[in-house]
Design a protein around this ligand. Structure first.
Ligand SMILES: [Zn+2]
Length: 334
């Protein structure tokens, strides 16, 4: 009799209870999957939409053509032109925020009649086509491009503001340990209080930190003559080539060459030096310039940003270090 009950319950279990349990388990699993799909769809639909500045007019200086491009697509071309792709992600993200801010500043302070910005780094901001960029990279080129895209997309809409206005976000390669005031480079900048002298550790680990230029006495005179036709230097007189004044960051402010006193910035251009942070030495009919850092030194140092990122700083930390008293804001909120 007992056996009949056991068989009966086994029959019930196999025919009804087990299938019911399995169905329940399947429903639970698939609803979990649906939830994940729904989450992903939410992520996709949360695409950032710019109220303003969504597209920009880019002037290609080689063809004179003006191209209308999405802001963040344009920024991928800028970031990949301005910073080495093997730099830390947080440094590249800082560069993306800086480049976005600089672009929007340029849109509001136009240099070109029919365009917002051009592709020349000497005029506006560097830009490189994807084709040219990939051709110059080694290894997994698409993965590198994706790294750039991720850094731009992860900072979508973010810009640097001072008094709720986009800042003039200057940057350079290597500050040599200390950034520079704009007044000591271009003579202006009193309206840019966010650009101050700040110190950064670790920049000496980069190739941009140290450089030397050696010129013969004749070459020195020749180069100076292009600007100062009446130049006269007595190379035997210790006082005839002399640094007269330094800026607050320790860069050369004024230097004497014979009968002329010229600015450090001018000396940098005339002699092709990487920065105005240099020392001079007279050696056997030659002048040796020992230069520290690379670039004008104003705003964010790119190698400084990478060095900070290596020590664990975020893109926001980096920006707050190099630009004083600023706020990182969503561009749609200003
Ligand atoms: Zn331009």
């Amino acid at each position: 009799m007992k056996k009949i009950f056991i068989y009966f319950f086994a029959f019930l279990f196999i025919c009804f209870i087990l299938p019911a349990l399995l169905t329940k388990w399947e429903v639970a699993t698939s609803s979990q999957e649906n939830e994940n799909i729904a989450e992903n769809q939410e992520e996709i639909s949360e695409e950032y939409i710019y109220n303003k500045y969504g597209t920009i007019k880019l002037l290609h200086t080689d063809t004179n053509a003006v191209e209308e491009v999405a802001l963040d697509t344009y920024l991928c071309h800028v970031v990949s032109a301005e910073m080495p792709v093997d730099f830390e992600k947080e440094a590249l993200k800082a560069q993306a925020i800086v480049a976005r801010t600089y672009t929007i500043y340029k849109i509001n302070h136009k240099k070109h009649d029919n365009a917002d910005i051009c592709d020349d780094s000497n005029c506006c901001q560097a830009w490189i086509s994807k084709e040219d960029r990939l051709a110059r990279w080694d290894g997994d080129k698409e993965e590198k491009w994706k790294k750039i895209e991720d850094c731009v997309n992860e900072t979508k809409g973010k810009i640097i503001t001072y008094n709720n206005e986009p800042i003039n976000a200057f940057f350079h390669s290597n500050s040599g340990g200390k950034t520079e005031l704009p007044v000591d480079v271009w003579g202006g900048g009193s309206n840019m209080p966010y650009l101050q002298v700040v110190e950064t550790a670790g920049e000496d680990g980069y190739t941009q930190y140290n450089s030397e230029v050696e010129l013969s006495n004749e070459e020195i005179v020749e180069k100076l003559k292009e600007k100062y036709a009446d130049i006269q230097i007595d190379f035997n007189n210790e006082e005839d080539i002399k640094i007269l004044e330094y800026t607050s960051s320790g860069r050369v402010k004024t230097i004497k060459f014979g009968n002329h006193e010229i600015s450090g910035t001018e000396a940098r251009t005339i002699f092709g030096l990487r920065s105005t942070n240099f020392e001079i030495e007279k050696i056997d009919g030659k002048i040796k310039f020992t230069v520290t850092g690379y670039g004008h030194g104003v705003g964010m140092s790119q190698t400084g940003a990478d060095s900070m990122a290596k020590s664990g700083s975020s893109a926001e930390d980096i920006i707050n270090h190099f630009y004083v008293g600023i706020e990182i804001k969503d561009v749609n909120s200003i």
